[in-house]
Design a protein around this ligand. Sequence first.
Ligand code: NAD
Ligand code: DAU
Length: 353
Amino acid sequence: MSFSRTILITGGAGFIGSHVVRRFVRKYPSYLVVNADKLTYAGNLENLTDIADRENYRFEKTDITDKKSVSALFRKYPFDGIIHLAAESHVDRSIDNPDDFVMTNVAGTVNLLNAALSAWSGNTENRLFYHISTDEVYGSLEGGGAFTEQTPYDPKSPYSASKAGSDHFVRAYHNTYGLPVVISNCSNNYGPNQFPEKLIPLMINNIKNNKPLPVYGKGENVRDWLYVEDHAAAIDLIFHKGKPGETYNIGGGNEWKNIDLVKFLCRIMDRRLNREEGISEKLINFVRDRPGHDLRYAIDSSKIRNTLGWKPTVNFEEGLEKTVDWYLSNTQWLQNVISGEYVKYYEKMYRNR
Ligand code: NAD
Ligand code: DAU
């Protein structure tokens, strides 16, 4: 079968990547979608069992830090579009061990840029390198306002510093070599398939198991939450309609203090588990704060809304309920990811908090 386009999606076995892969495989049967993923602790092919046998889908186990594997991938497929999501993505892990973040997020991105540059030399028409980044590159909002595409970079954690570094390389390859690139910086995602080291699935799992709910500091930090499928829809739009050289901020316009969010989640869980209202909240446990914890993120997404017509479609209560239901019904998925490495991780991160 011949395909109209060949798209590389890196990190497609992870949380957001798996939603993007599924969307592209289903919506664009004429595209060949190649998912390249190292399958770290965060990568899970179980996220994609429903589309794994589709004719227009391929999986390639690839470590983007390994130049030879990346070159081999580009020799095997004539990619005309790249959506780059592969990354080390958890802030707490970056504080514990920054090295992997430098290697994957910075060096891995540069390997992909080099491979694209070499594959597309002389012909960049209808080619695009789309780099998926985060609002954390802008730093922490200590007062009001929101991050725009013009906000100066001010990353504060090893994770956000590595993502900022990768963004700078992507822009530098556009400016220096004319590589057609686009970048988007998104706020906090939530939804099915998120690894339970992140706030929402960690809390769902702990509430379910009657374990303490570790809220960092006083729970005053604010995040802007977006349902993962709304992010995937924005990525689809930017990939097809975004202007090369541009950056787009993506956000939910949905700010929550952590403590309020955890209490809201507790109420949903009480209902779902037929517990008396207020029972789960008693599990809340304020613990030592994350070092250098960014106080507040908020995204001004007027550019993507006004120029590309994107807006979030899932309201937070509906999205959280869907997420809770997914975790409560996918017990085997959860069991598989919280065995082994997760137990050691949890013990190390939360033992002395
Ligand atoms: P995730 O940790 O769930 O998934 C990351 C994926 O990358 C995994 O499948 C992992 O196996 C793969 N990977 C890691 N190192 C690799 C390597 N060396 N080679 C190949 N594959 C490798 O992450 P996520 O939350 O889905 O985030 C995806 C992207 O979106 C990241 O670039 C992240 O910075 C960005 N982002 C995430 C959020 C969020 O709220 N989760 C928000 C904005 C931006
Ligand atoms: O803003 C986008 C970013 O959102 C992405 O780039 C990152 O990849 C993603 O991990 C996420 O980063 P955060 O640090 O905001 O997400 P996390 O789920 O780790 O934490 C959300 C908030 O909850 C943060 O203020 C820390 C707090 N927290 C987190 C955990 C895991 C707790 O209070 N307790 C916890 O146990």
